[in-house]
Ligand binder design. Structure first.
Ligand code: SF4
Length: 178
């Protein structure tokens, strides 16, 4: 199959967001999630047969329409249920010089334990991974980029460099302590 024709099942798109990662970002909400977290913010994303189909090329063309984007965020739904298609899209995004961030209801360790080459390759292309299920009892509205305290915002570049999980820290993104 020609590159750009792989199908992604899409729940929604936010063409310019400032709350789903650093800077202006295009957010791709993928369709299908097995985690069923209580209090999920996006229950319409759960059905793997719902949403609409788009090709990787169609999504990338939309991304390229906006010259002000700093990066792209994969959200959901569960992005790591559609690794093959998102990996193809990730290559296009990185080749265009944009940063890449993804959410996952799986932890980094759970994803690594798949021992799946495409999962590993996608993890290797991320700048930031927000990992772990949403836990309603740990909900905290003051957190940046995450909904509950168990979730981690992981700096994937430093994590690769240091060989251990390093959390993302930004000069601008200071969590409010109340
Ligand atoms: S991982 Fe995200 S989309 Fe999936 S059920 Fe949990 S909160 Fe909802």
């Amino acid at each position: 199959m020609e590159v750009g024709n792989t199908i992604i099942r899409v729940c929604g798109i936010e063409k310019e967001s400032i709350v789903d990662g650093p800077g202006f970002r295009y957010v791709l909400f993928v369709q299908g999630c097995p985690h069923r977290c209580r209090g999920c913010h996006n229950p319409e994303s759960h059905d793997p047969n719902g949403g609409v189909e788009m090709t990787t090329g169609e999504v990338f063309a939309q991304i390229m329409e906006n010259p002000h984007l700093r990066g792209v965020t994969f959200s959901g739904g569960e992005p790591f249920e559609q690794v093959h298609a998102l990996l193809e899209l990730a290559h296009m995004i990185r080749d265009a010089g944009l940063s890449l961030m993804s959410y996952s209801g799986y932890t980094l360790e759970e994803l690594q334990a798949r021992h799946d080459p495409e999962t590993d390759e996608l993890l290797g292309m991320l700048d930031i991974l927000v990992d772990g299920r949403y836990v309603e009892s740990l909900r905290n509205l003051t957190l940046i980029y995450r909904g509950s305290e168990n979730q981690r915002v992981i700096d994937m570049n430093k994590t690769r460099d240091e060989g251990k999980v390093v959390l993302y820290q930004s000069d601008f993104d200071i969590e409010i302590v109340i």
